[in-house]
Every structure is written in C-alpha cells, then in structure tokens.
Design a protein around this ligand. Structure first.
Ligand code: NAX
Length: 332
C-alpha cells in the first residue's frame, strides 16, 4: 500500500485552514497517490470549531483521508508530523502596535518550534503562512535546534502566483506562457517583484512589455505595487482577505518542495539565506529557488542591477528590523 503523509495544520478552524484541509484530503498536497493523516491544531477557544471541521471531513468520505485528529496542545499536534502547515497566527487587532504583534506571534511560534523539536518526524518540513510569516518561520526554527533550519520556510508563493497572473494579463497571454518571475524579501508590501529574468513565450518579459508601451516606470509604479498590495485590494473588493488563493499557494508550496521544480524553472519561497545575493545568512527571505529531492536551493546569484538591489535592500532592512525586535524580546 502507498505510504501516507502526516500533516499538522495549525489554525485549522480559520478561513485558510478550512480551505486547505479539504483540498489536502482530496489529493492537492502530494497527489492522488498519497493518503494523508491530518492533525488539526487550534487554540482551546477554537478547538470545538476544529472538531466541526473534522466532522465535515468525515462527512466528505474522502478516500485519501486516513485519519483526522483535533488538538489544542502543540506537542501532541506535532507528534510524528512530517509536514507542518503553520497557518494559525495572532492577527493585528485595532490599536495594536507592530511590536505587540511580533511579540504575540513570537510566543506562538516559539512554542510550536519546541513542539516540533520534541516530536516531529525526522523528515519534518514546514511552511509558515501566518503573518509576519518570514519572522515567524525564523522564530520556529530557532526553537527547534535539532531540526535543520532550512526545513522552516515561509509562504511567498501567493505573491509569485499574483506576479505570474498580472504579467500574463498585461501581455494578454495565459499564465502558461509566463515564466521566471521572482519574489525577493519579506512577505509584506516591501517585497520586490522581479521581472528581470521573466519571460513571456520565451522572450524577455521586459522587452515584451516595452513593445506594448509598458516601460520600467510602469513596472516600478504600477506592476510591483499591484502585486505587493494585492492582498489589500482583495480585502477591499471581496470584503474579506485572501483565502482560497492562499490555501492553493500553501498546497503548491509543499508540493513543489517535495516533488521538485521542473527542469530549469524556479519558484519563489522564503527560506533561510545561505548568505548569497547579499542577504545576511539566516534571514528568512524570499528568493527564487529550485526544488529537488525534498530540498530547496537558492538560484545562483545573477547580476542584480542598482534598481533591484535598492528594492531588495529595502525589504531586507524590514526583515532585519523584525529580527532585532524579536531578539530584544529575548524570543530568538
Ligand atoms: P483566521 O483568523 O480566519 O484563522 C486563523 C486561525 O488561527 C484562527 O482559527 C485562530 O484560532 C487560529 N490560531 C491562532 N493562534 C493559534 C495557535 N497558537 N495555534 C493554533 N491555531 C491558532 O485567519 P486566516 O484568514 O485563515 O489567515 C491565517 C494567517 O495567514 C493570517 O496570519 C494571515 O495574515 C496570513 N496570510 C498569509 C499569507 C501569505 O501569503 N503568507 C496570505 C494570506 C493570509 O493573509
């Protein structure tokens, strides 16, 4: 029989969690050949709602779903876990300072990192979705000293997909004709959306855009902000934050990591820097990455022009600031 995969989903009663678990159980995580065992983690106040999600999963009678269990204790939830979808986080409430938000989340992700260190499987890998995602991944990794730091990643795949979609739209092609976009830095409005290596039907994207009268200025003043602020635009138009698109990106992130990128094609993931591209070692930053055999590898440095360098530096400064704030709290 096929080996199943044990997946811990945090914030499972929340919006993205709800959307993610059904698709994971339907084969969207690792394909229809891999059964899943779901372990749903919630805070005690939401554990009953998570039981309700588990009941609905039962009611779907999904052939790939071997088991579903609900926990309000991180240590139990991560016991034997192979994949962690760390979606649950403390949202910013009205009047909450950025430092308070960082502190609240540091409390959550340090505890989960310890739980992972204690009981997760040897092959454990995690994607952090809950914001501030990059820094939360850094905190979890630092509290799981026995787990290689590169197993803790953060989600920028949604930003990557948004960049692909907006580029396709601007060039009046489908996303199948678009390749090579890259997201750098933090999953925040400071992210740098890089088209310098992107292609449209195999031609340099910047040339294709220029033929349509869309120059560097358009990229800088329209395209990049469009992608970086898309989450806010969705909130405004839909009346709620991104949910299904975020769940989809989360599933694709794990699938690509475990199944690999196609030959010569990269994706974007926030991973601990190996010190390349001028990104300080250990900072969890988004990069273009290749995936193979369950590993991710940052794409070899290419020549980054002054425009890109300045944008990347700006986002890195924000990440370094977040790291310092958490360090000052004694949570790293
Ligand atoms: P919801 O508020 O609907 O759900 C969050 C759930 O997490 C809640 O049910 C809550 O009880 C639970 N939770 C809180 N603390 C927990 C803990 N310590 N252990 C377990 N569960 C806990 O938010 P939702 O819309 O699902 O968004 C989840 C997170 O994703 C947010 O932090 C959001 O900012 C972030 N996002 C990240 C994105 C990315 O690309 N990285 C995009 C989408 C999304 O905005």
């Amino acid at each position: 029989s096929t080996q199943s995969v044990t997946v811990t989903v945090t914030g499972a009663a929340g919006q993205i969690g709800y959307a993610t678990v059904f698709r994971a159980a339907a084969g969207a995580l690792l394909g229809s050949g891999t059964p899943v065992r779901l372990r749903l983690l919630e805070i005690p106040e939401a554990a009953r709602a998570a039981e309700g999600v588990a009941m609905e999963l039962q009611d779907a009678a999904m052939p790939l779903l071997e088991s579903v269990d609900v926990f309000d204790d991180p240590t139990a939830a991560f016991d034997g876990s192979e994949v962690g979808l760390l979606i649950g986080a403390r949202p910013r409430s009205k009047g909450m300072e950025r430092a308070d938000l960082l502190a609240a989340n540091a409390g959550i992700f340090s505890v989960q990192g310890q739980a992972i260190n204690n009981g997760a499987a040897e092959n454990f890998r995690a994607v952090v979705v809950g914001n501030p995602a990059n820094t939360n991944a850094l905190i979890a990794a630092s509290h799981a000293p026995d787990v290689p730091a590169e197993r803790f990643t953060a989600l920028t795949r949604l930003d990557h997909h948004r960049a692909q979609a907006q580029l396709a739209l601007a060039c009046e092609v489908t996303v199948n004709d678009v390749d090579g976009v890259a997201i750098w830095g933090n999953h925040s409005a400071s992210q740098f959306v890089d088209l310098s290596r992107a292609t449209v039907k195999g031609n340099p994207a910047e040339e294709v855009l220029a033929e349509r009268g869309l120059d560097r200025k358009w990229i800088d003043e329209f395209f990049i902000p469009k992608v970086a602020n898309r989450g806010a635009e969705i909130i405004e138009v839909r009346g709620g934050s991104s949910v299904a698109s975020a769940a989809h990106a989360t599933l694709r992130h794990i699938r690509t990591w475990l199944r690999g990128t196609e030959e010569g094609r990269w994706t974007s993931m926030a991973v601990p820097s190996t010190g390349v591209h001028g990104v300080p070692q250990g900072v969890v930053s988004s990069f273009p990455v290749f995936c193979q055999d369950g590993d991710h590898r940052i794409v070899e440095p290419w020549e980054i022009d002054d425009f890109a360098r300045e944008r990347i530096e700006r986002s890195l400064a924000e990440l370094v600031e977040e790291r310092q704030a958490v360090e000052q709290l004694g949570l790293l």
